[in-house]
Ligand binder design. Structure first.
Ligand SMILES: Cc1cc2nc3c(=O)[nH]c(=O)nc-3n(C[C@H](O)[C@H](O)[C@H](O)COP(=O)(O)OP(=O)(O)OC[C@H]3O[C@@H](n4cnc5c(N)ncnc54)[C@H](O)[C@@H]3O)c2cc1C
Length: 405
């Protein structure tokens, strides 16, 4: 069944390739591609069959992501976020009602937005200031998030906030599901999209600032992992391990796509009376690129197949961090070397290489920077809990009452 999804993704490749420049130049969201992804059953393919998805594994979805990333980075990001990250957190920790509510929205084409980062809380996510104050059967959210992917186009939002009890005491960090759909008249009071960043790559994806002013969320929409709010942030961040595998796979797929262009060009283009492919200086580059790509794919597949502590539904944190770190840095080099092989032609926009180069730069930043991933890997290798890991439990612990209990 899921091999069929890979075949469908391959079939859509030329269609998505032909549209990729348009999203980039016009800075528009890839709605046409999403309609095709819905038809192909790729949106929400990891959602269990009983909820309408394919119940596909993370490994299967990475194979689909690679195919799509070869031709359109933007569309590949949509596929990651419609199958991993926010939606996988809901499928792992959500109540029956939350799952039944979110699944059809994603299957119909939504890419949920995950809202963690704030102006003063980037890598140090646990320093977030957004609060969710319990008031009877509701939570009232106040705060500002920035660099939120999909603000203004996403319907589902998973908003992370510092949870305060009725008496104002801190309970930990929790996630809250908020549904926004202006076309259907669903416009929660106190939820606004303030602005959009002008990015160097992935230009069709809105990266936005969201503001919450006394946004009232029903308590039934609080996503509470088994460990409760107390240690819940670390659990919720486990969902990020699958998103990291997805992000690393996009980077690897972009590199694989760029490499395919380069290999073709090396046999077509002649200089000094022979094809470029005959020059040893370029052959050694090809060998290095092929080797690095192969290593990244193996690491990503290993992470996709793994399970974290207690046989969790999410990939192992260290394997996911390692794979994303390696793939994202490898991809920048491989795409850059592919562009180099095209000479001046690679620098111009008649080839997709310049767009791929701008797009792929993002993956060492978003979803945990290369430095933060190294910190996490080192912590795991050395067997210590580093205070600056992105799940940051040790640091958060010194601030709120959860550690004292
Ligand atoms: C395109 C894009 C999409 C994004 N989408 C989302 C989204 O949908 N939702 C969301 O919540 N966030 C999103 N983000 C935000 C992203 O997660 C943050 O940018 C990232 O976590 C880094 O935070 P920062 O940008 O504030 O950098 P900072 O944390 O300010 O870091 C600045 C630099 O210092 C380094 N640094 C920080 N701490 C350490 C340390 N302890 N040791 C060594 N070096 C360190 C960093 O690696 C970086 O190089 C997105 C970002 C981008 C670029």
């Amino acid at each position: 069944m899921t091999h069929a999804a890979v075949a469908k993704a391959r079939k859509l490749g030329p269609v998505f390739a032909a549209r990729a420049r348009k999203w980039d130049v016009e800075r528009t969201y890839c709605w046409d591609n999403i309609a095709d992804l819905v038809d192909a059953g790729i949106m929400g393919m990891t959602i269990p069959e009983e909820l309408g998805g394919l119940g596909a594994s993370y490994l299967n979805v990475t194979e689909v992501i690679e195919e799509i990333a070869k031709v359109c980075t933007l569309t590949a990001r949509v596929v990651v976020e419609a199958n991993m990250g926010g939606i996988s957190a809901v499928m792992a920790y959500g109540t029956k009602a939350q799952k039944a509510f979110c699944a059809p929205i994603v299957l119909a084409g939504d890419k949920p937005a995950i809202c963690i980062t704030e102006p003063n809380a980037g890598s140090a996510a646990t320093e977030m200031q957004t609060t969710a104050q319990r008031r009877g059967g509701t939570y009232v959210i106040n705060g500002t998030k920035h660099w939120i992917t999909g603000g203004g186009v996403s319907k589902l939002h998973l908003i992370f906030a510092r949870v305060l009890d009725d008496d104002g005491s801190g309970l930990g960090i929790g996630g809250f599901i908020v549904h926004v759909d202006p076309l259907a008249g669903i416009e929660p009071k106190g939820f606004s999209v303030l602005g959009r960043e002008r990015t160097m790559g992935l230009c069709g994806m809105p990266e936005t600032t969201l503001k919450f002013e006394d946004l009232v969320v029903d308590a039934a929409m609080a996503l509470i992992p088994p460990s409760g709010f107390k240690r819940g942030f670390a659990d919720l961040m486990n969902a990020y391990n699958s998103q990291r595998v997805g992000a690393g796979t996009i980077a690897m797929g972009v590199a694989a796509g760029a490499f395919e262009h380069a290999k073709r060009y090396l046999t077509e283009r002649q200089q000094f009376g022979r094809p470029l492919a005959e020059f040893q200086g370029l052959q050694w580059m090809v060998a290095d690129m092929d080797t690095q790509l192969h290593a990244a794919r193996l690491m990503l597949h290993e992470a996709a197949r793994s399970r974290g502590p207690n046989n969790s539904q999410f990939p192992d944190m260290t394997m996911a961090a390692r794979a994303k770190l390696f793939a994202s840095e490898m991809a920048i080099k491989v795409v850059s070397d592919s562009l180099q092989m095209f000479g001046a032609r690679g620098y111009g926009d008649q080839e997709p290489l310049e767009r791929m180069y701008r797009d792929v730069r993002m993956f060492t930043i978003g979803g945990g920077t290369g430095q933060v991933l190294r910190t996490q890997i080192a912590g795991s290798v050395l067997g210590i809990k580093t205070p600056q890991a992105r799940d940051g439990y040790a640091r958060a612990a010194t601030k709120s009452k959860e550690v004292k209990s």
